[in-house]
Design a protein around this ligand. Structure first.
Ligand code: AMP
Length: 199
């Protein structure tokens, strides 16, 4: 199964991806995680991405598309993947379409988490607090100021993807404001229906 989770920062894409990885036996491909790893390792990609990530803007399509193209070639992604945080622009979506069609494979579903954007700043603050309480480093972009820029980037550059995928017939939505367990149940129900229909 090849799926995309769509939704603004803080909508719960990462949390829900982690929860369904085991169920479907496919990896979570988070471009945010990959970029943070590149920054931490000081790779050329990391050096290019660092400042723009810290400011809350989007890393260039060329860099991110390159990372994803390499990652989906890896053995664990052969049978499918959950894309979390990618694509984030229509250009990236088109590049993904080209990548997949070249390999003769297709996306199964695009699931958009519908959330109240006003609640997201609070969620991000909570995520930062919980991370600090676990003694882990807090993301530099999980501050209210940078979060506003991230949300703005989402509205301008990523939200158009809803229409893009609605046009392909792949888009489905779930209520991301429900409690975490309820969102997981809805997501699994939706994906299981899809798997049943496909088989
Ligand atoms: P995330 O962990 O998905 O919230 O991503 C953190 C940051 O990484 C974003 O604010 C962007 O700066 C960068 N990033 C992650 N995924 C992408 C992407 N698909 N395109 C451009 N920038 C990205």
């Amino acid at each position: 199964m090849r799926i995309i989770l769509l939704g603004p920062p803080g909508a719960g894409k990462g949390t829900q991806s982690e929860r369904i990885v085991a169920r479907y036996g496919i990896p979570q491909l988070s471009t945010g995680d990959m970029l943070r790893a590149a920054v931490a390792a000081g790779t050329p990609v990391g050096l290019q991405a660092k400042a723009v990530m810290e400011s809350g803007g989007l890393v260039s399509d060329a860099i991110v598309v390159g990372i994803v193209a390499d990652r989906i070639e890896e053995a664990d992604a052969k049978n499918g993947f959950i894309l979390d945080g990618f694509p984030r622009t229509v250009e990236q979506a088109k590049a993904l379409d080209a990548m997949l069609s070249e390999k003769g494979i297709a996306l199964d579903s695009v699931v958009e988490f519908v959330v109240d954007e006003n609640a997201l700043v609070g969620r991000i603050a909570k995520r930062a607090e919980e991370t600090a309480a676990r003694g882990q480093p807090v993301r530099k972009d999980d501050t209210p100021e940078v979060f506003k820029t991230r949300l703005d980037a989402y509205r301008r550059q990523t939200a158009p993807l809803s229409d893009y995928y609605a046009g392909t017939g792949l888009l489905q939505t779930i209520d991301g404001m429900k409690p975490v367990d309820a969102v997981s149940q809805d997501l699994v129900a939706l994906l299981d229906r899809h798997t049943a229909a496909a088989s």
